[in-house]
Write a protein of this length. Structure first.
Lengths: 185, 408
């Protein structure tokens, strides 16, 4: 079924390609949205990425998974765009992001009880905003793992890194997310 | 398991990436350690809430836009700018190349024309040159040598001997020499002369390959009547043995203007082809043997195909050989005849020659000047094209480099 659509798309059949990406479009858009944090950019870049997928589908190797191959392109397009944009705009525009160990010390200083997280309801806006504040490396794995349900192996294929890195990023990403959520509560 | 290890494994446990043993250890530790349990539960809650996060809806018109982009991309795909640039560049190069080559060709043409013309002017003042690219005739070695001795003295004979001894391999074999002569004659009795040609050719068992008579000259006699003067052009083929006698006869019957004898030794060429044929025949023999041993249809087909190919090659080469044989056994004489006015023969002819020679000389000089001028103009004219080609190649190079860099 999928194979069929891929073969047709390779011959330049647009309808077949649209069918092929029908369910992926939304995910692609959401990945871009999370990484770029801007609806217009997300729309443009996800479409650009999907067009790239279409243009490069001839070089797609049937033995690998189309899904991971496609998301790899989406991801790379996003990161490329972000890099270019960062070069163009001044760094002042960059939102504060929390990286590996750069979480401000205040977190520990403030009285918010970590147990609050268990007693209170986590509303969606809070979670979404907190995810947005994560560093890109962590954000990527959280999006892929917890929002889109990819397996560790697939994530390592998409992000072009080994599974050990994926494991530690997921683990640390979740810890950071917890800290940010507590901070934002 | 200590708390540090435990915290590292929370995520893996949630994602069921731990081995069974590790999972059991992990659960055991959670039961004992409140801190870790709290940590585990909060992370789990976060993961669950992230799992529950709905995906953002696609913006309105997203699919239509994508569809449009894909379709236009598809249409443009064949004609994207990189392709267009490449095609344009190819065109420019093609045009440039054609231009250069046509110029070179013209140049060469001019030179050879000029050369030809100079020869003409020197050797055959009024008769269009045909001698240089004549069909050749050949004689076998002995006759050729004898004729050389008799006709042209020993110089050429020595040359032929030289060739023969050089090619030791071919020395004892029959020489293949293609012999061609050309004559330019003036006569006041055109019809008689033509009849004599016909009879001597017939007597010597030759034949006239081509015969042509035309008028291109008039003069007015004392009574002011217009008299036509004829020109003739003959191609005569004569057996080698009779070549010299016929040639001398034709020369003696009119006023000689010009004569050329040309001998072309193709012996080596001939025997090389001959050897090739022999080799191929051996190969053919071997294939036939194989054929008798062949077992299945594919093998037979394969050998059959190869046999056909070799047979064709042999036939082609043999045709070449028989062509050379034919040309070597019959010599060719190209004869040009010009009719002249019978009285006061020398006077007007001489004037004519001088006039034409002068005319030709001027023409040749003019041609040389023209050729030099044209070459210079062509060269200068080509400079912009060269520049353009350079620019296009540069641009292409940059584009290709960029394209390679861009690829993920």
């Amino acid at each position: 079924m999928n194979q069929d659509l891929i073969l047709k798309s390779q011959k330049g059949d647009v309808e077949a390609f649209e069918e092929l990406i029908r369910e992926h479009k939304k995910y692609a858009y959401n990945i871009c949205l999370k990484i770029l944090k801007n609806k217009e950019d997300a729309e443009d870049i996800s479409q650009e990425a999907l067009i790239k997928v279409y243009e490069n589908i001839k070089s797609f190797n049937m033995n690998s998974s189309f899904k991971t191959w496609m998301y790899k392109i989406v991801f790379n397009t996003c990161i490329d765009y972000k890099r270019k944009k960062r070069l163009k705009t001044s760094s002042l525009d960059e939102p504060i992001h929390y990286g590996y160990d750069e979480i401000p010390k205040q977190i520990e200083d403030n009285d918010k009880n970590p147990e609050k997280i268990l007693t209170e309801k986590l509303d969606r806006k809070l979670v979404r905003d907190s995810i947005n504040m994560l560093d890109d490396d962590f954000k990527s794995v959280i999006i892929l793992r917890d929002m889109q349900g990819f397996k560790y192996k697939e994530i390592s294929d998409i992000l072009d890194c080994n599974q050990g890195t994926v494991k530690s990023r997921i683990s640390r990403g979740r810890e950071k997310l917890k800290e940010i959520i507590i901070q934002n509560m | 398991m200590n708390c540090r290890e435990c915290k590292d494994k929370i995520s893996l446990y949630i994602d069921k990436e731990l081995t069974e043993k590790e999972a059991l250890e992990f659960e055991e530790h959670l039961r004992e350690c409140d801190d870790c349990r709290l940590e585990y539960e909060s992370i789990k809650k976060i993961v669950e809430s992230v799992n529950d996060m709905p995906l953002e809806k696609l913006p309105e018109g997203y699919c239509e836009k994508l569809d449009n982009k894909l379709k236009t991309r598809n249409k443009n795909k064949r004609w994207n700018w990189r392709r267009i640039t490449a095609i344009a560049a190819a065109f420019v190069v093609l045009i440039g190349a054609t231009y250069v080559f046509s110029n070179l060709g013209m140049g060469r043409g001019n030179t050879s024309n000029d050369m030809g013309f100079m020869e003409e002017a020197a050797e055959e003042p009024a008769f269009p040159a045909e001698a240089p690219r004549e069909e050749e005739v050949a004689a076998d070695y002995d006759t050729a040598l004898n004729e050389e001795m008799g006709f042209a003295g020993t110089g050429d004979g020595e040359k032929n001997l030289g060739i023969a001894s050089e090619d030791a391999n071919y020395r004892d074999k029959e020489l293949k020499i293609i012999k061609t002569g050309s004559l330019e004659i003036e006569t006041s009795t055109y019809d008689e002369y033509v009849k004599k040609i016909e009879s001597i050719v017939r007597d010597n068992k030759g034949y006239i390959e081509n015969m042509e008579t035309y008028t291109n000259n008039y003069y007015y006699d004392s009574n002011n009547n217009q008299v036509k003067l004829r020109n003739g052009r003959f191609t005569i083929r004569i057996p080698n043995e009779a070549f010299q006698s016929v040639f001398d006869f034709l020369k003696g019957e009119g006023e000689l203007i010009q004569e050329t004898i040309n001998e072309n030794d193709v012996t080596r060429h001939y025997y090389e082809i001959d050897n090739k044929v022999k080799n191929l025949e051996v190969q053919e023999e071997r294939l036939r043997e194989l054929m008798s041993k062949a077992e299945n249809v594919t093998e037979i087909m394969e050998i059959e195909r190869e046999l056909t190919r070799i047979r064709n090659e042999i036939d082609n080469l043999k045709m070449n050989l028989s062509d050379i044989d034919d040309r070597a056994s019959m010599s060719t004489i190209h004869l040009g005849i010009r009719e002249i006015k019978d009285e006061s023969k020398i006077q007007p002819v001489d004037g004519n020659i001088w006039y034409e020679a002068k005319e030709n000389f001027t023409r040749t000089v003019n041609r040389i000047i023209n050729f030099v001028e044209n070459s210079f103009i062509s060269f200068v004219g080509f400079i912009p094209v060269l520049l353009l080609i350079t620019v296009v190649v540069l641009v292409l190079w940059i584009v290709i480099k960029k394209a390679f860099k861009k690829k993920p």
